[in-house]
Design a protein around this ligand. Structure first.
Ligand SMILES: [Fe+2]
Ligand SMILES: [Fe+2]
Length: 198
């Protein structure tokens, strides 16, 4: 496994989270009162999985190694870092709106809007990075530099089961908001739990 492929695999899970957040945002906008634990789980995954796990792998693992060997990539990396900061702040804003919404304040419109903003950030950011990771794996890093990045990833990951555990949590939320009912888990819809999921 190369570094870019590993991060692209994270992105596939992150885009399932994006799907769930988009669906949740639409339901909140329609005035539905979603189970608070589902909104909390989505916020938890933004912070623990997208930021503290995946962005950390990029910021601590990949970006410094690429910056050390490919000076022409500085601007691209800087752009990604700025976008990470945007995502981090959007997640914090969602949490603030959620706390008010959970207390019964009229914040459905702003909570829904910030969740949609976050989903759009995920879509745009991961698609830009996916294209760049192909260059990372294809021409920017040598085999030895790839090993260096993968070693840094495992130091960020700590628990080797972390990736699977995040995927399980994301999947549960994506199925729940797919509009399909699976074993009593999804909210509304028919009997095909994964149909229509990204
Ligand atoms: Fe990123
Ligand atoms: Fe990424």
């Amino acid at each position: 496994m190369k570094a870019g492929s590993d991060l692209r695999a994270d992105h596939r899970v992150i885009r399932r989270l994006e799907y769930a957040i988009r669906k949740m945002s639409a339901r909140i906008a329609r005035g539905e009162k979603l189970p608070p634990e589902d909104v909390e789980e989505a916020i938890g995954l933004m912070m623990e999985f997208v930021d503290a796990y995946h962005h950390a792998k990029e910021e601590v693992g990949l970006f410094p190694v690429v910056q050390g060997v490919a000076r022409g990539e500085q601007k691209t990396v800087y752009g990604f870092l700025v976008e990470h900061e945007f995502g981090r702040r959007a997640a914090m804003r969602i949490e603030q709106e959620y706390v008010r919404w959970a207390k019964g304040e009229e914040t459905a419109e702003s909570l829904s809007r910030f969740m949609l903003t976050y989903a759009d950030f995920i879509r745009a950011h991961t698609s830009k990075e996916d294209a760049w990771f192909e260059a990372v794996d294809g021409r920017l890093l040598s085999a030895e530099q790839q090993r260096e990045v993968l070693g840094r990833f495992s130091r960020v990951e700590k628990n080797p089961q972390a990736k699977k555990e995040f995927a399980r949590r994301v999947n549960r939320l994506a199925v729940r908001y797919s509009g399909r009912r699976g074993k009593g888990d999804a909210i509304g819809g028919s009997h095909r739990p994964t149909e229509g999921l990204p």
